[in-house]
Ligand binder design. Structure first.
Ligand code: ADP
Ligand code: ZN
Length: 453
């Protein structure tokens, strides 16, 4: 039985009476026209908030806009200036604060994966709106107030911990705010409190699975049924691996601190892409080079405008994340459009002896290989004038006890498959499970040891 405050939305296809759980059906299943009217009203509101900062007053004036009423339709969005990560870094620490300092009740920063962290402030209302978005995501996966939720992501400036925490509390789950790391304690808590839902990075869940064996615990002794996985790029194969190893369902969660954090886009029960809450964000996909909008289905950079955040409104924020819009309707019936699994960041691209390679292409291939275990590392070195790509991967323990020729054959097969996929011949190193470094936060899977020039 689902608790009474979980509502049900209409199933999209053909009036089928089957219903899907939803936290806020009135918004989640809103007709597109009404949704776009709401977006326009909120965009005007957001521009008037933004005009309170000298930064946006200047930028908007350059674009010929001094009053929010000048925005006549959503199409006028394209006249608004873009905001970049560098703009946010230059505005550090409070150049983009659009309210009186005493109205702000919390700040968060990004993890700083690609440089100096960016800062986002929230008013009490901003936090409330964020919590609502996270609650929607949680319920869309079929998790309920009856679940016990162990939150394995870091609590602090990083948004993954507190973001999911408040959403889960609002849904009514019993929350175990353990934060990240300390794997033996994680295992102990999972057992003692019979956690049914967890939130973690995919790389940490794979590490946790390896650690279960060391603790003499099997996945079926746990009570897990679902995982929310996000904060770092991962392939469909990694998701399947997590689902199979733990015997659970895993849902992709996309968020970034500049857009609050988690709660931006999440998979529903049907896992057909990540629904992005369009009453809270206007989504655009652009060509990162020409900055022109791309058509549905074309991969480009995700650009988002906040619609609900007063303390730090952001107009057309260039995320550097790459994805495309999924066409058609999701069987759940939600009207909010879906992002495809993230391809990585535009600045993740490696140039190896002149060839462009995304780490996700290497991961895809590794994870399709049944002998390959849970962790890998991509290392780039310089050998004379040439770049050298070393791919270190863990493989299942039993292969190490076998015949060395099997290992040679595997090395050969992986090298050849990678060469034809990415056009660069790698050196393959095979490692035992648990021997490559793991991170408690976002996985660091590329080590570029080449000199900077
Ligand atoms: P940082 O950009 O410093 O890592 P954040 O902690 O705000 O700071 O992380 C947000 C970034 O993490 C996103 O812009 C994106 O690159 C990555 N990310 C978050 N969720 C996912 C996901 N589900 N799949 C792929 N990448 C993700
Ligand atoms: Zn859906």
């Amino acid at each position: 039985m689902l608790p009474s405050h979980i509502n049900f939305g209409r199933h999209y296809q053909g009036g089928n009476p089957m219903s899907v759980p939803a936290w806020n059906p009135a918004v989640e299943f809103m007709e597109r026209e009404a949704l776009e009217r709401l977006q326009l009203a909120q965009l005007r509101q957001t521009v008037s908030w933004a005009l309170k900062t000298p930064f946006y007053r200047r930028r908007l004036a350059e674009a010929g806009l001094t009053r929010s009423e000048d925005i006549a339709s959503l199409r006028d969005l394209r006249h608004l200036p873009y905001t970049t990560k560098d703009d946010l870094r230059e505005a550090y620490p409070d150049g983009l604060l659009a309210v009186e300092p005493e109205q702000a009740v919390r700040l968060h920063t990004s993890s700083g994966t690609t440089g100096m962290p960016t800062v986002i402030y929230h008013t009490r209302r901003d936090l409330d709106a964020w919590t609502e978005l996270v609650a929607r995501c949680i319920v869309a996966t079929g998790a309920t107030a009856g679940d016990v939720f162990q939150n394995m992501t870091h609590y602090g400036l990083f948004t993954g911990g507190l973001g999911l925490h408040y959403g889960a509390e609002r849904v009514g789950m019993l929350v175990i705010p353990v934060s990240s790391g300390n794997t033996s304690r994680q295992i102990q808590l999972l057992r003692d409190f019979r956690a049914t839902v967890v939130h973690a990075t995919p790389s940490y869940l794979l590490h946790l699975h390896t650690a279960l064996a060391g603790a003499g615990v099997t996945a079926d002794q746990l009570h897990l049924r679902k995982a929310f996985i996000g904060a770092e790029p991962h392939s469909e194969q990694i998701r399947r691996k997590i689902e199979t190893l733990f015997g659970i369902e895993a849902y992709n969660s996309y968020g970034l601190s500049e857009m609050n954090g988690p709660g931006v886009a999440f998979e529903c029960l049907y896992k057909t892409g990540l629904h992005l809450w369009e009453d809270a964000y206007i989504l655009e996909i652009i060509d990162p080079h020409t900055r022109q909008p791309l058509a549905e289905g074309e991969t480009g950079e995700i650009v988002m405008t906040t619609l609900q955040r007063q303390a730090t409104p952001l107009l057309r924020y260039r995320t550097r994340d790459l994805s495309h819009l999924v066409s058609g309707h999701c069987p759940c019936g939600r009207s909010h459009r879906r992002l495809a699994r993230l391809k990585g960041r535009s600045d993740d691209m490696l140039i190896i002896n002149g060839v462009n390679v995304f780490p996700s292409q290497i991961e895809d291939l590794l994870m399709k290989t049944p002998e390959v275990g849970s962790n890998y590392l991509i290392q780039l070195e310089k050998r004379g004038a040439l770049d050298r790509l070393v791919v270190k991967t863990e493989i299942y323990a039993k292969l190490f006890t076998g015949d060395p020729q099997t290992l040679d054959a595997l090395r050969e097969r992986l090298g050849e498959a990678l060469r034809s996929a990415i056009l660069v011949k790698p050196v393959i190193e095979l490692h035992e499970p648990g021997s490559l470094p793991v991170s408690e936060g976002k996985a660091k899977r590329v080590l570029d040891l080449r000199p900077a020039f």
